[in-house]
Write a protein that binds this ligand. Structure first.
Ligand code: DHB
Ligand code: FE
Length: 277
């Protein structure tokens, strides 16, 4: 039986990818940020997940405004990265776990989630930066299933709906017959707005309230609408929805094992959280 061994939420800011590509991990302005991932690396070394289900939002590399699925699940043998215009080097494809993908797709549709199935899917920084942050050059040893949310074009899914999607993912993994250790990643956020009059907006009290809710009692957060999240966290801060999917997927007995919040990296409040039994 497959088992979710833990969950990791992390920001996916492109500049982090640039810092990794440039080898800036020990530069004074980056060291404390990268050091804050050490407990996650230690945990990954101890549990050795076989598969990462990566929940994130596509930023226009794979889906554009003309066709925008609310929820999409990858079912490809591999996931190709491409140039998105952020100045990041294109990285090698990531291997998929097609059997788990199809099982998730069957199970989610049976569970009344009318997801889009993607037998080809390009992955952007929302996927590639967290994979590099967590596994570095070893990232290709872990198989992946990307799950993409629309956080870009209204109407957006609600926090409660995203959490229910996560619960359905949790049920799907638990019914997969093969022995697999699965880690669920939720990537994006925290508060940020990259455009318009509020460009540069960061709301630290709201970020910390959300992180506390995800660690201890998510229910109050599920009463918010997506528009509430945009108002409180910024138009891209709504990427927090991926953290709610992640939370829905993990077992209620998991506890916060590590948390770090960084005021801002680039235009965005960055954070990392590990939840495990
Ligand atoms: C930034 C953050 C993001 O989440 C993103 O997708 C793109 C850019 C930033 O802070 O620069
Ligand atoms: Fe983003």
């Amino acid at each position: 039986m497959a088992r979710i061994v833990g969950a990791v939420a992390t920001s996916h800011i492109p500049l982090i990818g640039k810092a990794i590509a440039m080898g800036w991990q020990n530069e004074p302005q980056w060291k404390s940020f990268f050091d804050s991932y050490a407990p996650v690396h230690e945990w990954l070394r101890s549990v050795r997940p076989d598969v990462a289900i990566v929940v994130y939002n596509d930023h226009g590399l794979n889906f554009f405004l003309d066709k925008m699925p609310t929820f999409a699940v990858g079912a490809a043998p591999e996931y190709v990265n491409d140039d998105e215009g952020w100045g990041l080097p294109v990285v090698r494809p990531f291997p998929g776990h097609q059997e788990l993908s199809w099982h998730l797709i069957e199970s989610l549709v049976a569970d009344e989630f009318d997801i889009t199935t993607c037998q080809e899917m390009q992955v952007d920084h929302g996927f590639a930066v967290p994979m590099a942050l967590l596994w570095g050059t070893d990232a290709r040893a872990v198989k992946t299933v990307p799950i993409v949310l629309n956080t870009v074009q209204f109407p957006l899914p609600s926090p409660a709906r995203c959490h229910k999607l996560g619960e359905a993912i949790g049920r799907a993994v638990a019914s997969f017959p093969d022995d697999l250790r699965v880690v669920v990643l939720g990537t994006g956020g925290l508060s940020h707005q990259l455009e318009g009059e509020r460009a540069g907006f960061i709301n630290k009290p709201f970020d910390l309230m959300c992180c506390d809710a995800i660690a201890h009692d998510v229910q109050p957060l599920l009463k918010y609408s997506s528009r509430d999240l945009v108002r409180e966290a910024g138009s891209q801060g709504v990427e927090l929805l991926a953290w709610l999917v992640m939370h829905g997927a993990m077992s209620r007995s998991m506890k916060q094992k590590h948390f770090a919040y960084h005021g801002a990296v680039s235009n965005t409040a960055a954070a990392v959280m590990l939840l495990a039994p």
